[in-house]
Design a protein around this ligand. Structure first.
Ligand SMILES: C[S@@+](CC[C@H](N)C(=O)[O-])C[C@H]1O[C@@H](n2cnc3c(N)ncnc32)[C@H](O)[C@@H]1O
Ligand code: SF4
Length: 398
């Protein structure tokens, strides 16, 4: 069942729940493949300064939306949030709860690097209210982890996940990457089996992409061929499904009922608030969909939020009507079950005719399947190969 409740607003119907994303921009070491807003920690971490700045950032944002809107998920991502102590997270969550309208069973996820967490911290994270952990495992092979510049070994993942379970965590995600340098299909399968042996409630399996602004972008490693990567993906899907993990998004697999609420909201074009260095928000107010972003570099972020200078038109953009279908489809088509036509109408404010005309080419090419009786629209297995072409067909006219 669709969990969304809706409220009428002008010609728009907006999705009521709101998610909160909090960015933690520091890591012990920068991984050579990583294009996220993460920076090597060069001096001691000043937890207090960052937490205080996050709260100031949130207070500033409260003016942007109705404070009565319910918050039903929080995601603490990075960087490496697990560099922060349970005490710091507790102070942060108390302040957030004072300012925001949390639903009683709010999902609160924190990313954990198995090489950058003290294993006795899990109890204090749980006590602070963090009820879901996402482990950045990537691979269980020590030689792969070394090539990926990771700071942990395969057995650290097992130790970390086991410690989290002992502390009381039942909601656990494991991030894996495949298509790694010179990786064979058998090696990718072995990684997936080792992850499944730890019985996470959720698995994410991403194909390694070489990003231009990274060390791998500058010195590209030898990767499996496109054919091999496709075979790997097919076998990984089969293996995950054999163990009752259903694939509900291109890279996301979950046990029944354990889908990531936060990510689903994002993929379904829901609204979210972002605080922290470089964090993005998407907010719908009075029929206007706005994207807002914070200064990216931690030093600039800390300075501008503290001095109250982070505002103004350079940090926000109102989406044009001609951009909405592309913005919606970019994420919604990644969901394997697709979406209801009504969801697209409600979240974008576009008419049924505008949406179906925009998707017409993709429907005719059989990249997308549209069932008029049920109103369901989804990418076909054939269409997943043409995701880029679909998105190009939705680009607004210059
Ligand atoms: C925001 S990252 C941060 C996770 C955490 N800092 C860690 O690495 O332990 C989330 C996930 O994205 C995936 N990822 C990062 N860079 C990637 C790339 N270039 N290609 C594919 N997946 C990537 C990794 O699986 C990673 O765990
Ligand atoms: S630990 Fe995670 S966020 Fe940090 S550099 Fe590595 S992949 Fe990026």
């Amino acid at each position: 069942m669709d969990r969304r409740q809706t409220t009428q607003c002008c010609q728009f119907v907006i999705a009521a729940p709101l998610s909160l994303y909090i960015h933690f921009p520091w890591c012990i070491k920068k991984c050579p493949y990583c294009d996220f807003n993460s920076h090597e920690l060069k001096s001691e971490l000043n937890e207090t300064a960052y937490i205080e700045t996050l709260i100031k950032d949130l207070q500033h944002d409260l003016a942007l939306y109705k404070p009565s809107r319910r918050i039903d998920s929080i995601f603490m991502g990075g960087g490496t949030p697990s560099l922060f102590s349970g005490n710091a997270m507790n102070r942060l969550l108390i302040q957030l709860a004072n300012h925001l309208n949390f639903i009683p069973d709010i999902e609160i996820t924190m990313e954990v690097n198995p090489g950058a967490v003290e294993y006795d911290r899990f109890e204090s994270y749980l006590a602070a209210g963090i009820n879901r952990l996402s482990f950045g495992a990537q691979s269980f092979s020590d030689s792969q982890l070394k090539k990926l510049g990771r700071i942990h070994r395969g057995d650290n993942i097992t130790t970390a996940v086991t410690a989290a379970r002992r502390a009381g965590y039942s909601s656990v995600n494991i991030d894996l990457m495949y298509g790694l340098p010179r990786q064979s299909i058998e090696e990718a399968i072995l990684d997936c089996e080792q992850a499944i042996n730890l019985s996470p409630s959720h698995l994410s399996m991403y194909q390694l992409t070489i990003e231009p602004n990274t060390l791998f972008g500058k010195y590209p490693p030898a990767l499996p061929s496109t054919d091999e990567s496709e075979q790997m993906q097919n076998q990984l899907i089969e293996l995950a499904e054999k163990h009752a993990y259903s694939r509900y998004e291109i890279s996301a697999y979950s046990k029944p009922g354990c889908e990531s609420r936060h990510n689903l909201n994002y993929w379904q074009f829901g609204d979210y608030l972002g605080i922290g260095a470089g964090a993005h928000s998407k907010l719908t107010t009075n029929g206007r969909i706005q994207r807002i972003w914070k200064p990216k570099h931690p030093t600039n972020y800390l300075k501008s939020i503290r001095n109250g200078t982070d505002s103004g038109p350079t940090n926000s953009k109102t989406l044009k009507r001609s951009e909405l279908l592309l913005e919606f489809s970019m994420n919604a088509l990644r969901i394997t079950d697709g979406f209801q036509l009504n969801l697209a109408i409600q979240t974008t404010g576009l008419s049924e005719k505008e949406i179906l005309t925009g998707l017409d080419l993709a429907i005719r090419e059989k990249w997308i399947d549209y069932q008029p009786d049920s109103g369901r629209i989804k990418c076909t297995p054939f269409g997943y190969r043409f995701l880029d072409e679909i998105l190009v067909s939705l680009l607004p006219d210059p």
